[in-house]
Structure formats: C-alpha cells, structure tokens
Design a protein around this ligand. Structure first.
Ligand SMILES: Nc1ncnc2c1ncn2[C@@H]1O[C@H](COP(=O)(O)OP(=O)(O)O)[C@@H](O)[C@H]1O
Ligand SMILES: CC(=O)OP(=O)(O)O
Ligand SMILES: [Mg+2]
Length: 395
C-alpha cells in the first residue's frame, strides 16, 4: 500500500488553514498548490479580508475559498487524497477523542455551535464543503476540547447551581487541546523524558490564547472555559472580566447581549487595550516608538499570562518545563522575557541569546543555567490532526 495523503482543514473564524500531510514524510511538498496560490509556505494560511472578521461571518466567503482550494489540494496530492481531517473547536462532553464524521457526529457538532459561535459554524462550513466535493472519502473530526476531558471535576465545574451543569452543559471545557497535546509530547521527546512521567505548563499564544497544565500526557487544567473567551488576554478577546460586566453595561448603557458579546469577542484584548491592533508584531513596533496603548496592551498581556501560569501550577505535582507556542509564543522573545519577569518566585531565568534565536519555527530550550526549564516548541496542529485521521482510517 502506498503512503497515504491526508488533507487537513482548519476553518477558523477569520482564516482557513490548510495542509496536506503524507504519512511517509513529515511535511508534504505543497509547491504546486503553494505556487498556484502565491504562497511559498508548506502550511498555507488563507486569510479572509479584514472586513470579514466579524460575527456576520461570511459563510459564503469560506465556501468560495474552499471551492477554489479543495480541487487544487487534490491536484497537489497527485489526485490521491485518502482522508480528510477537520479541526472542530467545540465537542462538548460528547467527544473524548477524534472520530469519523457520521450523521450523528455532525448533529452533535451542530448542537455545540452555541458554545463556540465564532468557531463551530466555520468548522461546519469546512466539513460541508469537503463532503460536497469528496463525498466518498472518510472524514475525521479532531476536537479542541477532547484533550481536556481528563480535567478533574474540581477544575471543570463553575460554582453555579448544579442543574446548570447537569441540564444545560454549563462547565469549563478548554480549547487548543490539539496544540497543548502536541507540544507537551514534543517537549518530552526534546528532553528525553517519558511522556507518562512528565509535567508541563504550556502557553499557546496565537489569536486565541490559553494555558494548560499537562501531567503525564493528560490535561489537568486549562485557562479557557465553557467558551474560548475565558482566561488570557487575546488578539481581540478580553479573556476574564467580572461576570457582572454584562449586567452593568446593559443597565447603564442599554447595550444588548449581542453588542456585549461582540465587544468582548471582537473589540477587546490587545486590540481594545491598544486602540491600535490585535497583531503582536504591530504592537511590538509601536511600543518601541512609545505608543502608550501598545505599551499597556503588551504589559497587561504578559502580566495576565504570568498570573494564569502561576495558577495552573496548582495542578502540577512537579514541573519539567514551561512551554511557549503559537504565533506569539514561538516568535516573541519580548513576550517570553517579560512574562517570566512576573514569575520571580519560580526562579525562571532566560538565556537571552537562546531566547532571541527562537523564532520562525526554531524551537529549543531557552533557560539560563540553573533555571527551571523553559522551551519554545513550534506547534503543529495540522500534523496532529493528520495523525489522528490516519489512526482512524486504520480501524
Ligand atoms: N515575529 C512575530 N513576533 C511577534 N508576534 C508574532 C510574530 N509572528 C506572528 N506573531 C503573532 O502571532 C499571532 C497569530 O498567531 P497564530 O498562532 O498564527 O494564530 P492563530 O490562532 O490564528 O492560529 C498574531 O498576534 C501575530 O502578531
Ligand atoms: C479556540 C480558539 O481560540 O481558537 P483560535 O485560537 O484558532 O481562535
Ligand atoms: Mg490557532
């Protein structure tokens, strides 16, 4: 049997990420596809226009993009795609692992759309488009939430009346599980520690940001909650605010729930604090030239991240290393450095040369001699999705 090709589709709220993975090689040569779309990267990031980054998401734009992309992907794979893996953000309590997509699975994903309104509807567009074009291929859903189903009840329950959990699914789920899982496994490999006897704090810092405590290969706690809004400061999301903010804004300003949701999900975070941008690269430049909003956004981001990591440490019996990943975690030596300055009690110290070297896909250990281990580990959610898909094609 020749090595199989897996197409990975990650339809996000404002972008479609896309990869082709061949089981015999770490990266699939995507030249054909990359050239046709004018991108030299192996994992293509197809950004939808800025004007589309809103709640009124343009199903049509996602669909149109996929209708153009999928045939090109098939061509790039030499006409042979053996399975399709989809990132699905919210699987609720229903899914503790990846699974083949059936009608029942699709119904369960639709039922969870309320809990991840920015993500699940976009994920469903990807699945529908792939079924329309490749009806005969097995398709697999890989859930952001599945890795966190090992959290103990004291970590996943909110202190609200029990019936809200039992009858209405109100609990913490956690997200970015594919990434936290991938980087913690990879960190164990990089340090020659057995996955089943190693403990990590992970910080996934992309557009969405979350921390996780990983004990012996399992998630024990994470900063995101019922939806991907809880926890850290993110690109456009506020992270934690006082839950009374909703009623306060409603009573004092007359804002509707939709307005408040929109403000917290789209107009807050780095963008709201800086008044400038949700992009850490822009904020970095602006901060150097003294932009007060950019300086404040950077400081709040790093302090809140440090505070979350310190909290996550409660779930660990020991610490083998702190891992930075995601676009910001992998590239911003300034964020890594400033965050660790807030964690003095942990004795973290960085080797600033090693810290500066870790960017653009270069990972490694960055702590100074004698400090607890700190690693930069490039994440690869697409590869983990491909591996899960291959495993399900075998059963
Ligand atoms: N060189 C860099 N320095 C600082 N931040 C960076 C750099 N490259 C990318 N980023 C940041 O990474 C974030 C996007 O991360 P990414 O993991 O690609 O997001 P997504 O959640 O969409 O997968 C953006 O805030 C971007 O500014
Ligand atoms: C769950 C989540 O926040 O995902 P992303 O970072 O892709 O927005
Ligand atoms: Mg991401």
């Amino acid at each position: 049997m020749s090595a199989r090709n897996i197409l990975v589709i990650n339809c996000g709220s404002s972008s479609i990420k896309f990869a082709l993975v061949n089981e015999a090689q770490a990266t699939f040569p995507l030249q054909g596809l990359a050239e046709r779309l004018g991108s030299p990267e192996a994992v293509l990031h197809w950004q939808l226009g800025d004007e589309k980054q809103s709640l009124e998401i343009p199903g049509a734009a996602h669909l149109a993009a996929l209708e153009q992309l999928l045939p090109l992907a098939q061509e790039a794979a030499g006409g042979k795609i053996d399975g399709i893996g989809h990132r699905v953000v919210h699987g609720g309590e229903h899914f503790t692992g990846s699974c083949l997509i059936t009608d029942e699975v699709l119904a369960a994903i639709r039922a969870n759309a309320q809990l991840a309104p920015l993500h699940n509807p976009a994920n469903l567009i990807g699945i529908d488009a792939a079924f329309a074009l490749f009806a005969e291929l097995p398709q697999v859903a890989v859930f952001d939430t599945a890795f966190h189903q090992t959290m103990p009840e004291h970590a996943y329950r909110y202190a609200v009346p029990e019936f809200l959990y039992k009858e209405h699914n109100v609990r913490r789920y956690g997200f970015h599980g594919t990434s936290h899982h991938f980087v913690s496994k990879r960190a164990a490999e990089m340090t020659n520690l057995p996955v089943e006897d190693s403990c990590w704090l992970t910080a996934h810092l992309g557009n969405g940001c979350s921390t996780c405590a990983v004990v012996n290969g399992e998630s024990r706690d994470t900063s995101m909650g019922m939806t991907p809004l809880e926890g850290l400061v993110m690109g456009t999301r506020s992270g934690d605010v006082d839950p009374n903010l909703h009623s306060y804004l409603h009573r004092t300003l007359g804002w509707s729930l939709e307005q408040i949701d929109r403000m917290l999900n789209h107009d807050s975070g780095l963008k709201g604090l800086s008044g400038l941008s949700n992009d850490m690269r822009t904020l970095y430049e602006a901060r150097i030239s003294g932009h007060p909003g950019a300086m404040l956004a950077f400081e709040v981001f790093c302090y809140r991240l440090a505070k979350s990591l310190a909290g996550m440490a409660c779930a660990l019996p020991k610490l083998d290393g702190l891992i930075f990943t995601g676009g910001i975690g992998e590239n911003s030596s300034a964020v890594r450095s400033r965050t660790l300055e807030h964690l003095k009690l942990f004795n973290f110290k960085l080797d600033e040369q090693a810290n500066a070297r870790c960017t653009r896909g270069v990972g490694g250990e960055i702590q100074a001699a004698g400090s607890p281990r700190v690693l930069v580990v490039p994440t690869n959610e697409e590869r983990q999705i491909a591996l899960d898909t291959l495993a399900l094609l075998d059963v």
